[in-house]
Design a protein around this ligand. Structure first.
Ligand code: PHE
Length: 361
């Protein structure tokens, strides 16, 4: 009779444990079964009234019921606690990813854009890139480029000289800020044997300041040396580059004789434009705009770099990067390039995802 009751109670309590779905509910079951006034506790208390063997038997049966139920309750409690924690972790998840900025405000500076475009154009023609230092010596900036010491052409460059270094010997070691990227021609030819086809670009410095001059500006320089390089190559290369850069197929290009000590013959290149009614337009009309200097490398320069002028000849060209940007994008004042005014950059700058015109995939 008693055993029957225990089995029933066991079944009943087990079901209650199973259906408890919260910590509060399972606690209720625990109190109900094992608490001071709980049902198992009550039965245990009743053992006192029994005698001998029966008391012993019932005692064992009740104890094992108690253990079993306690075990079930503990297990269910642990499971519910774990579930509760899982729910909390899921609901309190901390998103540490940075949300996207509402607006992209950065812009590519027109100088960087023009460099990218010109590099792409010349890379298409097989040019490689070389670099040289901003702080140069008199030898690489002038003497080796066939500017003899004391030659008036040196004066035209408004050079920034570094303070005299007492240990340095002679004029040629004098340090200065390079006035043009032509100094890289010397460094490159001394280090590399022809055939040569390279460009270099970077900062250049001259002491000058007005609408079209700033003390620091950028140039891109080209150098080609080979056994049969001639003026026709120079003209073809620069005409094609100008057409590609200004995106005008029928661009008139004019080569006008000019003097640079390191080239012979030397020329300045003009492109056709119109200034009608105060409107500047590239590629049409009958006006001309000077854009770069170039020429066939002077034999003295080749000799200074250990290249035999009887075997090799070549051409060089140099252009101002800001000037190219001003012309292509209609920027009127050179000084604004360096004022770091974000409003200017927002207006004239380029989207960060913009790619150079000629970029191929
Ligand atoms: N270095 C010259 C300048 O700065 C440009 C130039 C480069 C001319 C190469 C001829 C050949 O004015």
């Amino acid at each position: 009779m008693m055993n029957n009751m225990i089995a029933q109670l066991k079944e009943e309590l087990s079901k209650m444990v199973e259906s408890a779905k919260t910590i509060a509910e399972i606690e209720e079951v625990r109190v109900n079964a094992l608490g001071k006034k709980g049902r198992i506790t009550a039965l245990m208390k009743g053992l006192g009234k029994l005698q001998g063997e029966e008391r012993k038997e019932q005692g064992i049966a009740l104890n094992s019921l108690k253990d079993e139920i306690k075990n079930l309750i503990d297990k269910q409690t642990a499971a519910l606690k774990k579930q509760e924690m899982d729910n909390r972790l899921a609901s309190e998840v901390l998103d540490i990813t940075l949300s996207p900025r509402p607006q992209r405000t950065g812009h590519i500076h027109p100088i960087s854009q023009v460099i990218e475009e010109l590099v792409t154009i010349f890379a298409d023609m097989g040019f490689q890139i070389a670099e040289g230092p901003d702080i140069e010596d008199d030898y690489h900036n002038f003497t080796a480029l066939n500017f003899p010491i004391g030659h008036p052409a040196r004066e035209m460059h408004d050079t920034f000289f570094m303070p005299e270094d007492k240990d340095e010997e002679g004029e040629e070691a004098k340090k200065l800020l390079r006035t043009h990227t032509s100094s890289v021609q010397i460094r490159y030819m001394k280090e590399n044997k022809p055939p040569i086809r390279r460009i270099s670009m970077g900062r250049t410095y001259r002491s000058d300041y007005d609408m079209t001059h700033t003390p620091m500006f950028h140039q891109i320089e080209g150098l080609v040396v080979d056994k049969s390089t001639h003026m026709g190559h120079l003209k073809g290369c620069l005409s094609d580059a100008c057409k590609a850069f200004f995106e005008v197929d029928e661009l008139p290009v004019r080569f006008r004789p000019s003097f640079f000590p390191f080239v012979e013959p030397g020329a300045e290149v003009d492109i056709g434009c119109s200034r009608k009614d105060g409107d500047f337009k590239i590629g049409a009309g009958d006006d001309w705009m000077e854009i770069l200097g170039c020429g066939m490398i002077h034999p003295n320069v080749l000799k200074n770099c250990g290249v035999n002028p009887d075997e090799y000849q070549g051409f060089a060209f140099g252009m101002g990067i800001e000037r190219m940007a001003m012309l292509k994008y209609g920027i009127p004042d050179l000084r604004t390039f360096f004022e770091s005014d974000v409003r200017w950059l927002n207006y004239y700058g380029f989207d960060a995802y913009n790619r150079p015109n000629r970029a191929t995939d």
